[in-house]
Ligand binder design. Structure first.
Ligand SMILES: [Zn+2]
Length: 121
């Protein structure tokens, strides 16, 4: 099953791999400007693992995470995927010890994710 495959892929703290998966999902129809929605964009190289872009239409600069819940997160995307994938199976305390990050950070990811889900419904 394709979904099982994806789910196994998401159960990883491998940040580079997680960003590749994220990019496939976010830009499934091609990269577009989050400000004016134009698909006319220039690649502007990378910043860490993220791709950077400039909109040819409105000159807006953005990257893979712009205007998503992952923007400016202190926890890596790989770790965020790991948290989301394990919210039902593991306690916040367990995950905070495994990932060596605070319980508040994990609470925050959980809350942001639920807010995003609510927005889409
Ligand atoms: Zn634009």
């Amino acid at each position: 099953m394709k979904l099982d495959y994806l789910s196994n892929d998401l159960d990883t703290t491998n940040n580079e791999r997680s960003i590749k998966i994220f990019r496939c999902i976010r830009w499934v129809n091609g990269v577009y400007c989050p400000k004016c929605r134009s698909f006319e964009i220039n690649n502007r190289g990378t910043y860490g693992n993220l791709n950077r872009y400039t909109c040819k239409n409105c000159n807006n600069n953005f990257n893979d995470f712009t205007r998503t819940m992952f923007h400016k997160s202190k926890i890596s995307l790989g770790e965020i995927f790991y948290i989301l994938n394990n919210l039902g199976n593991k306690s916040i305390k367990e995950m905070s010890e495994e990932l060596n990050c605070s319980r508040q950070s994990i609470h925050r990811i959980s809350r942001l994710f639920n807010e995003e889900l609510d927005k889409k419904n």
